[in-house]
Design a protein around this ligand. Structure first.
Ligand code: URA
Length: 239
């Protein structure tokens, strides 16, 4: 396990906020492996180091991993000054979790939540990014030419997007739907890509992240990842 900032480990163990934990450290009441640590920055390995506050050993936060089927109107952030409903509020756990990446408020579907920042960083790293599949409801019909453009990649403000796979699920005059699989995770990537080729997105649902699928997970419900799934995510993001 990589070293982490001491105040972050203390906060994750529920001692206090990160800011207050910094104060605790500076006041000299925190020991790491029986030595007072009263300077910052200080780094520890929560799985190996013995950390005490006022002489009492802290319990390192247990790593937890969840898969949520996010409903519409729910946001993927831990703090929202506007007080909107947050994805973290839909997952019952005592640990301080956060979303791995983001889905727009209007997008539904799969999002991973965890307190494992190391894995989260790896999952978000362009080198390892897993495929993500979306089912997109579109206003009107979709033309073969539009599909070809999406498949090849589109120029967005950040540069050209990678290749995508696109499968038509339904093609009608009034509405159509396609399944789009991409590897990158640019902000609003699917909506912006489809807008670029002149398509109007009516609904967007993420149905798959790598091997993890939405099967059996109703909107607004969550489940813990199985050990096999966690091992798969770790293995896929190894160097
Ligand atoms: N692409 C989007 O446009 N929105 C999302 O929420 C996810 C991918």
């Amino acid at each position: 396990m990589a070293e982490q900032r001491l105040q972050k480990v203390l906060a994750a163990a529920g001692v206090d906020s990160r800011r207050n934990c910094e104060e605790l450290i500076l006041s000299g009441v925190v020991q790491v492996n029986r030595k007072v640590v009263d300077e910052l920055p200080a780094f520890v390995d929560p799985e190996k180091d013995v950390i005490t506050v006022h002489g009492r050993k802290i319990q390192a936060a247990q790593k937890v991993y969840f898969l949520l089927n996010k409903p519409k109107g729910v946001i993927c952030t831990n703090r929202d000054p506007q007080g909107r409903k947050k994805a973290i509020d839909l997952v019952r756990t005592r640990e301080r979790i956060f979303c791995v990446g983001r889905l727009d408020a209007d997008t539904t579907g799969l999002i991973i939540l965890t307190n494992d920042s190391e894995l989260a960083n790896r999952l978000a790293h362009p080198r390892y990014e897993l495929s993500k599949t979306y089912v997109v409801g579109i206003k009107g019909q979709i033309a073969g030419e539009q599909i070809e453009k999406i498949k090849k990649g589109i120029w967005l403000a950040e540069g050209k997007t990678g290749k995508a796979s696109v499968k038509i699920l339904k093609s009608g005059h009034m509405e159509s739907s396609v399944e789009v699989t991409i590897r990158q995770g640019l902000n609003r990537q699917v909506r912006r890509t489809l807008a670029r080729v002149g398509l109007r997105v009516k609904s967007l649902t993420r149905t798959r992240i790598g091997k993890l699928t939405i099967r059996g997970l109703g909107v607004g419900t969550f489940r813990p990842l199985t050990k096999t799934e966690v091992a798969y995510l770790k293995k896929t993001t190894q160097d």
